[in-house]
Design a protein around this ligand. Structure first.
Ligand code: UDP
Length: 367
């Protein structure tokens, strides 16, 4: 066997795993079906602006080990995510904080905001939230749910909030302070020069073959490595033999505009249900760009179907059960490690993916 590990997918999981194993003296081969590295965190320069081609990625973490590791491969800027919500022309600060509550209700103090939320929660009669709708109302009340959550979530997931798990909304902080920072993380930023450059550094000196679709060329890779790390969708690996897991896909309409400032912020969410896209990203603002032009992407969310790119796993009960059956099936291929958002079918942030890749690499090294 020529390699210790065949790594399928040059995204962040594959690249981190490849780096650590290479540094531990293992021989690895990375393949990817796309013609570029970096998976969905890939950025490409357009008009001198790093465009997040597969959707906006903002790195944030509380995990110092992950932060220190990545800082060896990139310098992060001080970008802090503060999206604006546009509801039919009314603008609100995100995440839900005192600025949002003041704009929504005219309340001035944290006590007034808390009282308003409590009153709306009581009126809705929610004690133990069972789904995303009840969770949202119990966190921020019905007004914010109706204007800032209901429509956006419906568009994003293609399902009503009553049919979605509550953990999705718990990703967003709710604060009774004047703080528009979307994340509660100690460390946050965008790699200067883009994510692709960071992944390039992670993969330095490592053999990478692009444009290779493992699922189509599986036979020719049989026996090249002692173990395979598979970061694609787990159901795809097994030819969907137990059924299809559900994913959401995203389509981007990207435009170069002849203005230096289109919306004044990197992220503006359109939270009504009529606007067909979920948000508009203005890429230059992730890196405080001063270019003469600007590049924007409108994001349209859709149900994944065979042939589309999967982006978000739909982590509801039904899919959870099917995923568990695939995990059982994966025991028939003990030399394959499934990793990353698609391999593990989890709505992971980048830092969790890095942490998982580091732990998996350590476990492999320590046998
Ligand atoms: N969400 C919402 N309104 C917003 C932003 C987010 O209701 O303006 C909800 C929505 O259900 C979404 C979830 O919060 O799926 C998580 O949002 P996040 O910004 O973390 O999603 P991502 O950036 O991963 O697409």
């Amino acid at each position: 066997m020529k390699y210790d590990y065949l790594i399928v997918g040059a995204g962040i999981y594959g690249a981190v795993f490849a780096r650590v194993m290479t540094d531990a003296g293992k021989k690895v081969l990375v393949i990817d079906k796309r013609d570029h590295i970096a998976g969905n965190i890939y950025t490409e320069s357009v008009e001198g602006i790093n465009v997040h081609k597969y959707g906006a990625h903002i790195f944030h973490t509380n995990n110092k080990k992950v932060w220190d590791f990545l800082n060896k491969y990139a310098e992060f800027n001080r970008y802090t995510n503060s999206p604006v919500a546009n509801y039919k022309g009314e603008l609100y600060s995100l995440p839900f904080n005192m600025y949002t509550f003041n704009k929504m209700w005219g309340v001035v103090t944290p006590q007034e905001a808390a009282a308003k939320i409590e009153a709306q929660r009581k009126e809705a009669g929610i004690t133990e939230p069972k789904n995303l709708e009840e969770q949202a109302i119990s966190l921020v009340g019905t007004d914010i749910y109706e204007k800032l959550i209901k429509g956006y979530t419906m568009k994003q997931w293609g399902r009503p909030c009553t049919e979605l798990p509550s953990f999705i909304i718990k990703r967003l902080p709710v604060r009774l302070t004047f703080d528009n920072n979307y994340f509660n993380a100690l460390y946050q930023g965008i790699p200067m020069g883009g994510y692709t450059a960071m992944v390039e550094r992670l993969l330095e000196g490592i053999e990478v073959r692009l444009g290779v679709d493992y699922l189509l060329e599986r036979d020719s890779y049989e026996g090249v490595a002692a173990k395979t790390v598979y970061t694609g969708a787990i159901d795809g690996f097994f030819d969907y033999s137990l059924g299809y897991l559900e994913y959401r896909s995203v389509r981007f309409e990207t435009e170069v505009l002849d203005t230096d400032n289109f919306q004044g912020n990197a992220v503006v969410n359109y939270t009504d249900s009529e606007t067909p896209f979920t948000r508009i990203i203005e890429h230059k603002f992730f890196e405080f760009g001063t270019q003469e032009k600007t590049v924007i992407s409108r994001e349209y969310s859709s149900e994944w179907k065979f042939g589309d790119e999967p982006y978000y796993p739909v982590n509801d009960e039904k899919n959870g059960k099917l995923y568990e059956s695939y995990v059982e099936l994966s025991k028939t291929v003990p030399n394959v490690i499934f990793g990353g958002r698609l391999g593990e079918y989890k709505y992971y942030d980048m830092d969790v993916v890095v942490d998982k890749a580091l732990s998996m690499a350590e476990a492999e090294i320590n046998g």
